[in-house]
Write a new protein. Structure first.
Length: 164
């Protein structure tokens, strides 16, 4: 009988080149993190798109900028902002530099919910990955480097259609 560890090792293909193992590992991590994100902020249930917008609102942003950063349609961003505004988490205000545009900003409650969400997600990622703080920092550097290179060629089609 094989141990659970060897089954996992077989699944990730320890005999494959590091590039392939990296892709397999990222794939597994993505799907597990997707499941995990659904459990965060249980005190105030949020949709995937609402969580995504809150994370992106590190500062007031124009609706169009949010649409780009979220890889979402402008109509989706509007609907998400509507839902968060109804819950008292965001406000929409005219952009002071261009009165034709709207900016979304967090309310005090929204700022607290965002802070809780980021803390929960960080803790969950550390527990899920089993990485140390130093390893997470290095992993973040490497993933950011790879993501920048990938995004130089445009937003991947799967992200465009996922409206996530």
């Amino acid at each position: 009988m094989t141990s659970k560890f060897s089954e996992v090792s077989d699944f990730l293909g320890e005999n494959y080149p590091p590039e392939i193992r990296s892709m397999m590992g990222i794939h597994v991590m993505f799907w597990r993190l997707e499941e995990l994100m659904e459990t965060l902020s249980e005190g105030m249930p949020l949709t995937k798109q609402e969580r995504h917008m809150l994370v992106r609102l590190d500062e007031p942003k124009r609706m169009g900028v949010l649409a780009q950063q979220m890889a979402a349609l402008p109509s989706t961003v509007t609907a998400v902002a509507d839902a968060l505004e109804e819950r008292g988490l965001v406000l929409r205000e005219r952009d002071p530099t261009d009165r034709r545009a709207w900016c979304v900003t967090l309310t005090k409650t929204g700022d607290r919910v965002r802070a809780d969400l980021l803390e929960e997600a960080g803790t969950a990622f550390a527990e899920l990955s089993g990485l140390t703080k130093t390893e997470i920092e290095r992993f973040a550097e490497l993933v950011s480097k790879a993501s920048i290179k990938i995004l130089e060629h445009g937003i991947p089609e799967g992200m465009k259609s996922a409206d996530c």
